[in-house]
Design a protein around this ligand. Structure first.
Ligand code: AGP
Length: 613
């Protein structure tokens, strides 16, 4: 999940690299570094800690050059310190490398290289790449020949950018498998390379996305792409429309806060152009789904990780209710090794904000290998999951920078709602009037969401009463059980508080033993089909001394006598209620994290895109 930036051109590479790394810092922030070619010598600056540490090093010892690479790291091999920070340089000082991914055979390569006399200075797998390049260059190969020979030896998924002082006018970039993207930015007489779009967008919107096992030679004049077997490859230049400002915090304190409040617009954007509220028809052109193919489907298998997995659990209830099609939901890291039973009568739906989560991408490949139809619901434009699927539903949520996912979660639920309506239309499996009512329900959703967010001050003051607890239990039932899971995950990953989501009906089968005055319970107790059951859960929790916070339907007076705190949400159609009910939980987790002084946008040990297994 590291951030990579490279530049070659008439400008000074240093500020371009630092600015790009700043926009990628959400991808990993254990350590950072950069290298430029200055007076035919490779100058290196790197250090443990966040990017501001690297900025200090550059201020203390300025450097500049027209070719350079930089890296912000999420440690996989080797603790986060200076000697393990990227870029890595070898023994000759001829070549320098930055890398994202894991060299799965690095131990055997390291032993082989050490037996040939290579001296390693770090504990990283990345350093093997440098020594492999040095070995090939020492044999008189050009950089492209050396890169082709060296990169072919690597097992696992990689994203690599390197340059050599022996060929001072170029960078080499390579993508193998799914270790985060490699994007080329096409400027005017200058070129950029990065692991993600935000690093480049302020310089150029003209981007080229490398595919797996492709390598690019990049000079100020342009680029050429070939496969690792040396065959030329043609890739289109894509022009990206969203503006760099949308990836900035604006007047908000944190990206996560901004993205929570962007949800009314994000939901509007994900619906826009896909629903005709006159005819009540839903259109998903990027899904490339014909009526025949839709009618031939026997099942949908949803695959995702983390918050996206919880979105899939909500989507199961929605698709089964509206489209009357069975849905299974699987965790990506489990699915890919479970030898799943799939065939052409099934569709595998991957949900992924980043479009680069390696476990989800692997599940997509597994599905394709077994002839299933492969769909994806993706936010990151140009990402692998967007390109690899037979059909896609882009989230259109705009860049989500905060590590804790918010607007992608709610938009991906609505994208599944749109999918359900489209499947029902194509398959004819829903009464037309009922289907029309489901479509109508979408119209008010953005306003309902905005109304909940207006209560932010209330959530902030409640957070102040709760932020010192060390444990929480989140309870939900039915379509809101996944919201209990999601609410608990938000608190865990932002505040480092132990929080557990549980199906409320399971409490009496064990977890109720946990309850006392030190274990607050957050119960989603809206007025739906399981309301009475939730009320009795709330009473059981209070009877054991737990502080109870209830998410409840506006106007419900009974709950006020049962719970210590009530967070009211507007009455919402059942299948859309999870989108509304999650909002107080997002803001509660956000404010508790702020009261605890936690690093909201870059929680410890996490990164925005999990591109390693
Ligand atoms: C969500 O808040 C977490 N950051 C994490 O669980 C995330 O949802 C998960 O890693 C999946 O990411 P993706 O949607 O980009 O595939």
């Amino acid at each position: 999940m590291c951030g990579i930036v490279g530049y070659v051109g008439p400008g000074d590479a240093v500020p371009i690299i630092l600015g790009g790394l700043k926009r990628l810092e959400y991808r990993g922030y254990d350590s950072a570094g950069l290298a430029v070619l200055e007076n035919a010598h490779i100058e290196l600056r790197r250090g443990a800690g966040k990017l501001d540490q690297l900025e200090r090093l550059v201020l203390e010892r300025p450097l500049s050059g027209h070719v350079g690479i930089g890296h912000t790291r999420w440690a996989t091999h080797g603790e986060p310190n200076e000697r393990n920070a990227h870029p890595h340089i070898g023994m000759t000082g001829d070549v320098v490398v930055v890398h994202n991914g894991i060299v799965e055979n690095f131990l055997e390569l390291r032993a082989e290289l050490q037996a040939e006399g290579a001296e390693f200075k770090s504990d990283t797998d990345t350093e093997t790449i440098v020594h492999l390049l040095e070995r090939q260059l020492a044999g008189g190969q050009s950089l492209v020949e050396a890169a082709r020979a060296a990169f072919k030896l690597l097992k696992g998924a990689q994203a690599i950018v390197a340059f050599s002082r022996t060929e001072p006018d170029r960078l080499v970039a390579c993508r193998i498998g799914n270790a985060g993207g490699v994007v080329l930015g096409v400027g005017e007489d200058e070129m950029y390379v990065a692991s993600d779009i935000p690093a480049i967008l302020e310089h150029t919107r003209r981007l080229v996305f490398l595919e797996s096992r492709q390598m690019a030679m990049v000079t100020a004049d342009g680029y050429s792409v070939e496969t690792l077997d040396g065959k030329p490859a043609e890739l289109p230049i894509q022009v990206i429309s969203w503006d760099p400002v949308s990836a900035e915090k604006g007047e908000y304190k944190h990206f996560m806060q901004k993205e929570i409040f962007e949800q009314p617009r994000a939901l509007t954007d994900t619906i826009r152009g896909r629903v005709d509220f006159e005819s009540r028809q839903v259109y998903l052109p990027d899904l490339n789904l014909t009526e025949d193919r839709a009618r031939s489907l026997s099942k949908v298998v949803t695959v995702a990780c983390g918050t996206s997995y919880y979105s899939g659990l909500v989507g199961k209830a929605i698709i089964e209710r509206i489209a009357r099609l069975p849905v299974e939901v699987a965790i990506g890291s489990e699915f890919r090794y479970a030898d799943p039973i799939l065939d052409a009568s099934m569709a595998v739906l991957a949900i992924t904000q980043s479009g680069e989560t390696v476990d989800t991408l692997a599940a997509m490949e597994e599905a394709g290998d077994k002839q299933a139809l492969v769909w994806s619901i993706v936010n990151a434009v140009g990402s692998q999951a967007m390109r690899q699927a037979d059909g896609c539903i882009p989230m259109h949520a705009g860049p989500e920078i905060g590590v804790a996912s918010t607007k992608a979660f709610t938009t991906s639920i609505i994208d599944q709602y749109l999918l359900a309506c489209s499947l029902a239309q194509l398959r004819g499996t829903q009464d037309p009037d009922t289907l029309a009512a489901y479509v109508d329900d979408l119209a008010r959703l953005p306003d309902l969401v905005g109304g909940v967010l207006d209560h932010d001050a209330e959530y902030q003051s409640l957070a102040y009463e709760l932020y010192q607890y060390d444990n929480f239990l989140y309870l939900g039932r039915g379509i809101n059980y996944p919201i209990a899971l999601e609410g608990a995950l938000k608190l865990k990953e932002l505040s480092y508080i132990h929080a557990e989501g549980y199906p409320a009906g399971e409490m009496k089968h064990g977890p109720i033993a946990l309850l006392d005055e030190n274990m607050p319970v957050l119960a989603i107790a809206i007025q739906d089909g399981v309301y009475d059951k939730m009320i009795s859960q709330v009473e059981q929790a209070r009877a054991r001394g737990a502080v109870v916070i209830a998410v409840a339907t506006g106007g419900d007076k009974l709950i006020a006598d049962k719970a210590d705190h009530v967070l009211y949400v507007p009455p919402t159609p059942a299948l859309l209620s999870p989108v509304v009910n999650v909002l107080p939980l997002q803001l509660l987790a956000y404010h508790i994290a702020v009261w605890r002084g936690a690093d909201v946008d870059q929680p410890r040990n996490l990164a925005k895109s999990v591109t390693v297994e």
